[in-house]
Design a protein around this ligand. Structure first.
Ligand code: PLP
Length: 404
């Protein structure tokens, strides 16, 4: 099945975000170039692909040459299966062993951390599934402790039903020890612990086809964490991280727009000007507009100081208070603005641009939160222009509401 960018769900409420699927493709291809042909690229699609739309991103990943996908939600994995039919799909611990039949049917791989996991999954599998053994190198989340990993690997192999597809870990690049000594080992030590476990398995005659450790931060900063597969997530959505010199590149953010349209415009009557009890200071000749987007869509409930939007190429201040599904903007200095005009919270209008960095500052969020907040709450409009396998696709941005 192929996701058709032209048949996007229609919606009548003019408030939407824009996702550039070409950016995903460029990021996948660029990373593959960096890691080279001997290292496989699994893309982690947690958080509905960081709000970018897991189904669409899964399809683009397969088209662009990714060799696997990873999920922290079995429902998302199942929804993506029709769009990436040939890719291995790894599930982090996110469902019960009773689901083994579903994993068999849809070719999903389970994560095994303990001997108890081995026992329970083997009990529910009928013919066989691929599994990944996770190794805990300090995150204290899922994974076998290094001292136990080889025993868990032996147990997996001895079931005859659980096929060991590989081992993986989660590198913790950004965590450091504090003064009391709490924290995790430096990245290179985590790598050494992980490789030590793999070596023990191989010495015990256990084949470990995939060895995967690096996520976004470590794949850029620590080339020795590559092993023979990597599994970044946020990097593929276009977030940037500190990089080793050999891996310095620019990445392409997939979230490129957050937009709405004016649904009401009115001039405030002159008798209001001296109203000390008004919600906001009222100026002479003030004109306000409303857009159908508010804090239930992720807009900060406490209005950020200096928050503005773009209307017809001009900055317009946002006026508080922020409502759950409505936002008030000051159109006094945009006299030509009328109902139906586009309002840009992220993206360009005329010669002006609100960048991701500016929006992130306004909203007081880090970039991951911003992507998730915007991408998971608003309808998505997808951009796709690159050509694949002889199929030419037009740039079709769905117009949710035509300007009158
Ligand atoms: C989230 C996650 C990743 C991806 O992390 P990013 O920082 O988004 O690259 C990789 N591996 C595991 C096990 C994860 O939980």
């Amino acid at each position: 099945m192929s996701f058709d960018v032209t048949s996007q769900p229609s919606f009548l409420r003019p408030a939407w975000c824009e996702i550039d699927l070409d950016a995903i493709e460029r990021n996948v291809r660029q990373l593959k170039e960096i890691i080279g042909p001997a290292v496989k690229l699994f893309v982690c699609l947690k958080g509905d692909a960081l709000g970018c739309g897991a189904q669409q991103v899964a399809q683009v990943c397969e088209q662009a040459g990714a060799q696997g996908l990873a999920f922290a939600n079995i429902d998302t994995a199942l929804a993506c299966r029709p769009y990436a039919q040939n890719l291995p799909m790894l599930l982090y611990p996110c469902c019960l062993p009773q689901m083994a039949g579903v994993l068999e049917q849809h070719r999903l791989s389970a994560t095994i951390s303990t001997l108890d996991d081995v026992h329970r999954w083997a009990m529910h599998v009928s013919s066989g599934i691929d599994v990944f053994l996770k190794i805990d190198t300090g995150g204290l989340r899922a994974g076998a402790f290094p001292g136990e990993a080889v025993d868990v690997a032996k147990a997996i192999v001895s079931t005859g039903k659980l096929r060991l597809a590989g081992v993986y870990g989660h590198s913790l690049a950004s965590y450091h020890r504090d003064e009391s000594g709490a924290g995790v080992q430096p990245l290179q030590q985590q790598v050494d612990v992980f490789l030590g476990c793999v070596q023990q398995m191989e010495s015990a005659g256990i084949e470990v086809p995939i060895r995967m450790f690096a996520s976004s931060e470590s794949v850029l900063s620590c080339p020795s964490a590559d092993m023979n597969a990597v599994e970044p997530g946020r990097l593929i959505a276009g977030l940037d991280f500190p990089a080793a010199d050999s891996r310095l590149r620019s990445w392409h953010p997939a979230l490129v727009g957050l937009k709405s349209r004016i649904v009401m415009r009115k001039a405030l009557a002159s008798h209001l000007e001296a109203d000390a009890g008004a919600l906001f200071p009222i100026r002479a000749g003030m004109v306000i507009g409303l857009i159908p987007l508010g804090w239930s869509d992720g807009y900060p409930r406490r209005l950020p100081a200096g928050a503005t939007v773009l209307v017809n190429g001009q900055r317009a201040p946002v006026l508080g208070p922020v409502h759950s599904e409505l936002l008030r903007i000051d159109l006094t200095d945009v006299p030509d603005a009328v109902v139906g005009d586009e309002v840009v919270l992220l993206g360009s209008s005329g010669g002006q641009t609100i960048t991701l960095q500016e929006l992130q500052q306004q909203w007081g969020m880090d970039m991951s939160e911003l992507f998730l907040t915007v991408g998971r709450r608003l309808p998505r409009v997808f951009r796709r222009t690159l050509t694949h396998q002889g199929l030419s696709r037009q740039d079709r941005i769905h117009q949710p509401c035509i300007k009158p």
